[in-house]
Design a protein around this ligand. Structure first.
Ligand code: KIV
Ligand code: NA
Length: 275
C-alpha cells in the first residue's frame, strides 16, 4: 500500500502518479490489478453510475455505499473518497464529524474536497485530526451552478495568479495532493513547480505530476458526453451492448441455454418419477 510520503517521493523522482475513479468492487479489482497508484471514489458517480445530471444530488450515504464496495475490491491501493456537495461547508466541527464518519465507515486512505477560500480551514482541521486531504482546484463540478457550467478555468493572468495562490494555501493547510481539473497546461506546469505536494491533472495537460480519469469515460462504459480531454482506452460499452443483443437473440431462438448449461436428472430417478 502506498502512502502520502510515497507520492511526495514519486514527484521528486519524476515518476507519474496514476489515478482512476472506481465506484464498486469489480472496477476496484481491475484498477488494482492494473497497478494504478491511487483510486478515487469520485462524486462523479452521481453522473456515471446513478444517472443524475450533476454531482449535486450525491449524498454522504451514497459515497459511503460506493466507497465500501470499492475498498473491498482494492485492499492494497490508496483510496481517496470525495466529500460530496454540501457536506463540508457548514460548521467546521460538523465537517470533521462527517469526515471521521466517512473514514471509519469506508476504510478510505484520504478524503477530497473542492476549492480553496472557505475550504482552507477544512483542509487544516481534517489534516490536524489525522485525515489526509486531497485538494481540488480549477473546474469545481460542485460549484458548476456558480461558475456557469463546466468550462476551462484559469485562462486569464488574474485567474491563474489566484489559482497558484490557492494551491499554495492548500499545501500550507496540509493537503497531501491537489487535483487540477480543466486548466491550461501552462498553468499546470506553474502550479506543479510551485508545490512540494503532487498535482494530479484531469484536462490539465501532461505537466501535472499525475493523471486521473473517470472510469466510465476512459473505458467508454455508458457515459454519453465524453469530454475532449479524455482518451478512450477501451470500448466496454460496445462489448456490453453487443453481448446483450446476442443474449436476447439466443434466448428468442432457443439457442441458449445449450446442453452444456443444463442440469440432468439420473435415469433411475426419472424412472421412479414416471413410475
Ligand atoms: O468525482 C470525480 O471523478 C473527480 C475527478 C474528476 C477528479 O473529482
Ligand atoms: Na469529484
Amino acid at each position: 500500500m502506498r502512502t502520502t510520503t510515497d507520492f511526495l517521493k514519486m514527484k521528486v523522482a519524476g515518476e507519474k502518479i496514476v489515478m482512476v475513479t472506481a465506484y464498486d468492487y469489480p472496477a476496484a479489482k481491475f484498477a488494482e490489478a492494473a497497478n494504478v497508484d491511487m483510486i478515487l471514489v469520485g462524486d462523479s458517480l452521481g453522473m456515471v453510475v446513478l444517472g443524475y445530471d450533476s454531482t449535486m444530488p450525491v449524498t454522504v450515504a451514497d459515497m459511503i455505499h460506493h466507497a465500501k464496495a470499492t475498498r473491498r475490491g482494492a485492499k492494497d491501493t490508496f483510496v481517496v473518497v470525495d466529500m460530496p456537495f454540501g457536506s463540508y461547508h457548514g460548521d467546521v466541527n460538523e465537517t470533521l464529524k462527517t469526515a471521521i464518519y466517512m473514514m471509519q465507515e469506508t476504510g478510505a486512505d484520504a478524503l477530497k474536497v473542492e476549492g480553496a477560500g472557505d475550504v482552507i480551514p477544512v483542509i487544516r482541521k481534517l489534516t490536524a485530526a489525522g485525515i489526509p486531504v486531497v485538494a481540488h482546484l480549477g473546474l469545481l463540478p460542485q460549484s458548476a451552478g456558480v461558475i456557469g457550467g463546466y468550462k476551462v478555468q484559469g485562462k486569464t493572468a488574474e485567474q491563474a495568479t489566484q489559482l497558484i495562490e490557492d494551491a499554495k494555501q492548500c499545501e500550507k493547510a496540509g493537503a497531501c495532493a491537489v487535483v487540477l481539473e480543466c486548466i491550461p497546461h501552462q498553468l499546470t506546469e506553474m502550479v506543479s513547480a510551485s508545490l512540494v505536494i503532487p498535482t494530479i491533472g484531469i484536462g490539465a495537460g501532461v505537466e501535472a505530476d499525475g493523471q486521473v480519469l473517470v472510469y466510465h469515460d476512459m473505458l467508454s462504459y455508458g457515459s454519453h458526453h465524453v469530454p475532449k480531454f479524455v482518451q478512450q482506452f477501451a470500448d466496454m460499452g460496445k462489448e456490453a451492448s453487443e453481448g446483450l443483443v446476442r443474449y436476447v437473440e439466443a434466448v428468442k431462438e432457443g439457442a441458449f441455454p445449450a446442453q452444456k448449461h443444463f442440469f440432468t436428472m439420473k435415469e433411475d430417478a426419472l424412472d421412479q418419477l414416471y413410475g
